[in-house]
Design a protein around this ligand. Structure first.
Ligand SMILES: Cc1ncc(COP(=O)(O)O)c(C=O)c1O
Length: 447
């Protein structure tokens, strides 16, 4: 079975060195380019684009029918139970914030999250619920401590209302055991919420089979960058007044009363991003058609190849023991550094001199990275002060290479050879720091 084709993988640019090079896309955990099929589907859809829920003309009707089909593809992608609904948001972050508000937790309620979460699955729980937030311990390899989870769940017992955890880490590739999380949550009648931003592009989720009560993910990480996020949740949670009411939320309004629109509609305020839904559905369907088995097999091979070869690069610092990628089912996100080079400068050298896109920094997972660098409280304070004064390069950090469906062993070889060259001979240019943008730029004079 062939894998869906991705746009842009043969794009060539002129590097700062003057050489032409193909852009190597290794920042897929941040965002993915679209599938060719997705773009075609969007183009086709736009020929008869019309008003959804706001008209009944021929194009409005076609749009309505196409959206019904699209919703079915997305439901199939998640294996969403009949009892569940889909709400569309801007991205995963907004979906988690919305879910947090919809839960309407009280002060006496407890929710459990973990120390490996992306800030999108951490801050909403502190700012958009009243509940007590309890955190499960994480190990340095980015895995969570299930004994600690069991203990904390038992301690809070009937006050426990939610376990919320990442489906796959954006930093370490770690995938928690979702069935195990579900069993623990359901033992206490709590819900299991999965931040599936990184899981959705790489593994079959199967909400029904795995007992996931709610989840969020972003279309722009699933080869459909048209500006939507998804919140999948029990329909019963929508029998309430929406936290963000507006156009489309109501059927009637009078002096005294509001007649709310049916539950699912009332929570999708304003005009829907139908192009985004069509694009996401096309990407979901393309993955289903290619089969998860084929996607996972291809990606596992790449992860194995990277894990076997990255540690051989001179002066490389690996933060996750490579055997974790070989013995566990981790997705392909690899944090690393080269001794003696600032992480942001290393990423800049890769971009400017080799056309290789990665990401540098703490990447919304500051606390785990801090542990790897063994930063004391006093050091942390000093760093925070510098950052507050505009020096964002003062932070510790890593470079992250992240793999996706379109990558090949050749892409990995390009990274390995660039890193080896940099480790042995340094950069071809001098670089100057741009602290407020957390980056370095080349001074275009060779050294
Ligand atoms: C695990 C995880 N959760 C949430 C997010 C936030 O996604 P978005 O930027 O689409 O809101 C990301 C983004 O990188 C992520 O990796």
């Amino acid at each position: 079975m062939t894998l869906p084709k991705v746009i842009g993988t043969n794009h060539t640019v002129t590097l700062t060195t003057g050489k032409k090079a193909r852009v190597i896309l290794l920042n897929n955990a941040a965002t993915t380019p679209p599938f060719e099929k997705t773009l075609k589907e969007v183009n086709h859809f736009l020929q008869t684009y019309g008003a959804l829920h706001r008209g009944a003309g021929p194009h409005a009707n076609i749009t309505y029918l196409k959206i019904q089909d699209a919703l079915n593809s997305i439901r199939k992608f998640l294996n969403l139970p009949e009892s569940h609904a889909l709400l569309f948001t801007q991205n995963t972050s907004s979906a988690i914030n919305l879910f947090a508000r919809l839960l309407r937790l009280k002060k006496s309620d407890v929710l459990i999250t973990s120390a490996i979460e992306h800030t999108s699955n951490n801050l909403p729980w502190h700012y958009n619920t009243e509940a007590q937030v309890v955190e499960v311990i994480a190990h340095e390899d980015g895995s969570i401590d299930y004994d600690d989870l069991e203990k904390k769940a038992a301690k809070h017992g009937k006050n426990l209302k939610l376990i919320t955890m990442t489906g796959a880490s954006n930093q370490t590739g770690y995938i928690p055991d979702i069935q195990k999380l579900s069993k623990i949550a359901h033992k206490y009648n709590a819900l299991l919420f999965i931040d599936a931003a990184q899981l959705a592009p790489h593994r079959k989720i199967d909400m029904k089979q795995n007992g996931v009560d709610a989840l969020a993910f972003s279309a722009h990480k699933v080869y459909a960058p048209f500006g939507i996020g998804v919140l999948a949740l029990p329909k019963s949670m929508l029998d309430t007044i929406p936290p963000d009411p507006g156009g489309g939320s109501i059927d009637m309004i009078s002096e005294k009363d509001i007649l709310w629109a049916p539950p699912q509609e009332r929570h999708q305020t304003g005009t829907w991003n139908v192009t985004g839904i069509i694009a996401l559905a096309a990407s979901c369907q393309a993955i289903i058609d290619a089969s998860w088995e084929a996607v996972t097999r291809h990606e596992r091979e790449l992860v194995k190849y990277m894990a076997e070869h990255l540690p051989k690069v001179p002066k490389i610092i690996m933060y996750i023991p490579v055997e974790k990628y070989l013995t566990e089912s981790r997705i392909g996100t690899f944090p690393f550094n080269i001794t003696g080079i600032h992480h942001a400068q290393l990423a800049s050298i890769l971009e400017h001199e080799y056309g290789i896109e990665t990401r540098a920094g703490t990447i919304c997972n500051h606390r785990l990275v801090r542990r790897w660098f063994n930063i004391s409280d006093a050091e942390q304070k000093k760093i925070e002060q510098k950052i507050a004064n505009g020096d964002r390069l003062a932070s510790y950090g890593i470079v992250r290479a992240s793999l996706a469906i379109h990558n090949t062993k050749k892409d990995i070889d390009m990274l390995l050879s660039a890193l080896t060259e940099i480790a042995k001979n340094g950069s071809k240019f001098q670089y100057k720091p741009v602290p407020h943008e957390e980056t370095f730029v080349p001074i275009t004079k060779t050294k």
